[in-house]
Unconditional design. Structure first.
Length: 74
């Protein structure tokens, strides 16, 4: 889920994985793995989205709720 979101935002920004890696200070290999489905550390995800001028926020709901929201905002 987060990998797909990262890829979508990276493509909107017209950046390659290598360019995003350089801009964020995260390795190209890590960016590639995350986009393929590996879960990143929260600090890594925050750096990647910050490099895309996005703020990563998480919305949590009580245990009776079925869905946890993941949002990216400006």
């Amino acid at each position: 889920m987060i990998g797909q979101l990262l890829k979508e935002e990276r493509l909107k920004a017209k950046l390659t994985q290598k360019q995003l890696a350089e801009k964020s200070g995260i390795s190209f290999v890590a960016v590639n793995r995350i986009e393929k489905g590996n879960l990143p550390r929260l600090s890594v995800a925050m750096k990647l989205f910050a490099a895309l001028d996005k703020k990563l926020t998480f919305g949590l709901q009580d245990e009776d709720a079925v869905l946890t929201e993941l949002m990216v905002g400006i």
